[in-house]
Design a protein around this ligand. Structure first.
Ligand SMILES: [Zn+2]
Ligand SMILES: [Zn+2]
Ligand SMILES: [Zn+2]
Length: 278
């Protein structure tokens, strides 16, 4: 499984749009891994998680050919994760070249926004599927399970995903605060044959080094607790890598300092352009 972290920032990116705080100014000065577009992950050049407003910028930066993407998983409908015009640009008046039908999976709320778009699914060369927490399905050679996240208002059904290809498995868990207990229950006692064991986890650390108890996002202290609980449940393979992701400048320093601070716990900060093979 090849993973490409296209973006690793929270809603306003880093440096934050409009922001001149010390962390944003330091990020502007350092550039490189301290600069973060909004979160997206591309797996094997054919499965995309989230479709935010920086997809164009990431595809140009990394010279990506996204015509091979056949599956899109949407975590939730916040605008940094679902930017609807990206789907419109699949219409032949924007993209005259052939595209496979994109299979799009998300909650009723996220999919509802796509279904309400004026030109319709066929014109955008996609097919939507509503999924719920704790549903498992197969698509394009992958097994995917959706988990309930803790994030957004009461009308939102935020999800995060486990994805496996029969060889490697990852947990991509943001945006979320502390995992809801139903999610821990499923991870601990899944249906027959549906147990997960992860080679890599990417988890929400929006609030970074702040001394708070995050609810819809998490801090460093909270993700260490999650890593330890996942490990104690036997859900991490030996040598599994554990990445913090979805960083806000409100709580996270530049890449170099973050790497130092997280390394004491064996956690790595993700960064834009990070590519890994599992
Ligand atoms: Zn977000
Ligand atoms: Zn800032
Ligand atoms: Zn969000």
């Amino acid at each position: 499984m090849k993973l490409a972290f296209l973006g690793t920032g929270a809603a306003e990116g880093i440096p934050g749009l409009w922001c001149t705080c010390a962390r944003c100014q330091a990020a502007r000065q350092e550039g490189s891994r301290s600069i973060r577009l909004r979160c997206m992950l591309l797996i094997d050049d054919r499965l995309l998680i989230d479709c935010g407003p920086d997809l164009v910028a990431a595809s140009i930066r990394d010279n990506l050919d996204l015509s091979s993407v056949r599956t899109l998983l949407i975590t939730h409908e916040h605008s940094d994760h679902l930017y609807l015009p990206n789907l419109e640009y699949r219409q032949t008046d924007f993209c005259p070249t052939p595209l496979p039908t994109l299979e799009v999976y998300g909650s009723a709320g996220a999919v509802g926004q796509i279904r309400a778009m004026p030109r319709g699914e066929e014109a955008m060369r996609l097919r939507t599927h509503v999924v719920s927490a704790f549903q498992t399905w197969e698509v394009d050679g992958y097994r995917v399970t959706a988990f309930r996240a803790r994030h957004g208002g009461p009308s939102m059904e935020p999800l995060f995903f486990a994805i496996g290809d029969g060889h490697s498995s990852i947990l991509y868990a943001h945006d979320t605060g502390p995992f809801p207990e139903e999610t821990w229950e499923y991870l601990t006692r899944p249906p027959e044959g549906q147990r997960w064991s992860f080679d890599l986890v990417s988890i929400d650390m929006t609030s970074g080094l702040l001394d708070i108890v995050g609810q819809g996002h998490m801090t460093f202290r909270q993700i260490v607790e999650h890593r330890d609980r996942l490990a104690s449940l036997g859900l991490l393979k030996p040598g599994a890598r554990f990445f913090a992701n979805h960083f806000s400048h409100n709580g996270n320093p530049t890449y170099r300092e973050l790497t130092e601070r997280l390394s004491v716990a064996g956690i790595e900060p993700a960064y834009d352009g990070l590519t890994l093979r599992l």
